[in-house]
Design a protein around this ligand. Structure first.
Ligand code: FES
Ligand code: FES
Length: 380
């Protein structure tokens, strides 16, 4: 999964997406903007046309990850656009649509013609619209509609341009929470875990750090420092709100290296944060998605901090068998305990218990867990 941040109809969206997801699927399935239609899905029909950085583009031929940092505008984003209003009226008047399947792409292409070619005649409009196919209406009504808008605007030199009426960017906005990408949206309220992640494995843990909450909060913002406290984790890229890296886990003869990425949210006032991530291991064909919620609370008259952690994850593939046992919960708890020990060691300037980037040795843990179980069951 790859983190992306883009603007969709003036709203900022952050999400984790599969690199193979094309923009049309991202808009329809995760942003719930179904006005972008899919016909051929290989660049011929034009039904999926949207604007990317103000240029018409086939969203079926564009990967969502290619739109990182760009502005996308779909047919839903033109409600206040004067050229689009004129085109809609003209399409209705000239019978430029029947079933309407081609119409969103046709309107976006037509608006581009009106803006770019104020002198276009019927022949030029036909050439310009040749990348948009219509199965039912025939093209005469569509050509007439576009031609009539160009003619009407030519007779009114002070006609309002689309750029002047463009809406200002809206603040971070979450779309309907229908999947992992929507869950990753920065503005989404943190859902109650029980409701949000049915079927995921979940455990809660807490530990104490020998520093006041603000000092712990500051170090939690230092992503390389946090990664260095997690055995087997290697950070490859990061900024304030996203991170990419790899976690290596060794289980006897099996060594799994999960490459993945995460989106990080922090609430400075409440001293709480969320890390949502996903990764996969090619060697075992396993995939995982997870979410860590953490919250800091003062202890010992504010001289220490209790860190409350809730971990939820799902595991698919060859390693999934390990995700359902009580044993794996213990393994998660041991990971958290090692992290706490390393964090405390770092804060007091001591050497960390395990060297960073050492694979997390689950086999070593399983053996000690097995011995503990024997002792517990047989009382020795
Ligand atoms: S669906 Fe994209 S061009 Fe046909
Ligand atoms: S109006 Fe039906 S495909 Fe164009």
């Amino acid at each position: 999964m790859t983190p992306i941040a883009l603007s969709v109809n003036g709203r900022k969206v952050q999400a984790l997406v599969e690199p193979r997801t094309h923009l049309a699927d991202f808009l329809r399935e995760h942003c719930r903007l179904t006005g972008t239609h899919l016909g051929c899905e290989h660049g011929v029909c034009g039904a999926c046309t949207v604007l990317i950085d103000d240029e018409p583009a086939r969203s079926c031929l564009t990967y969502a990850v290619q739109c990182d940092g760009l502005a996308v505008q779909t047919i839903e984003g033109f409600n206040a656009d004067p050229i689009m209003q004129e085109l809609r009226t003209a399409f209705s008047r000239e019978h430029g649509l029947q079933c309407g399947f081609c119409t969103p792409g046709m309107l976006i292409a037509a608006r581009d013609i009106v803006r770019r070619l104020p002198d276009a005649d019927a022949r030029r409009i036909r050439v310009e619209l040749s990348g948009n196919l219509c199965r039912c209406t025939g093209y005469l009504g569509i050509i007439n509609a576009v031609e009539s808008v160009i003619a009407a605007r030519a007779s009114k030199p002070t006609a309002v341009t689309s750029q002047a009426a463009a809406p200002p960017p809206a603040p971070l906005q979450a779309f309907a929470p229908t999947g992992e990408v929507a869950r990753a949206s920065m503005a989404a309220p943190t859902p109650a875990p029980e409701e949000a992640h049915k079927g995921w494995t979940r455990f809660e843990e807490s530990f104490v750090v020998a520093r006041p909450p603000q000092a712990v909060w500051t170090i939690f913002a230092d992503i390389p420092a946090v990664a260095a406290c997690l055995d087997g984790v290697e950070l490859t890229e990061h900024d304030a709100s996203t991170a990419k890296g790899k976690m290596t886990v060794r289980l006897g003869p099996i060594q799994a290296g999960f490459s993945g990425s995460a989106v990080i949210e922090r609430d400075d006032r409440a001293l709480r944060g969320t890390i949502r991530g996903a990764g996969s291991d090619r060697g075992t064909g396993s995939r995982t998605k997870g979410e860590i919620l953490y919250r800091l609370a003062p202890e010992a008259a504010g001289q220490q901090t209790r860190v409350f952690v809730t971990v939820e994850y799902s595991l698919q593939g060859a390693l999934a068998q390990f995700s359902r046992s009580g044993l794996v919960l213990e393994l998660g708890r041991r990971l958290v305990a090692d992290f706490a020990a390393n964090l405390n060691a770092r804060l007091v300037g001591a050497q960390m218990r395990a060297a960073p980037r050492t694979p997390f040795n689950a086999g070593r843990f399983l053996w000690s867990w097995f011995i503990d179980e024997l002792r517990r069951r047989f009382g020795r």
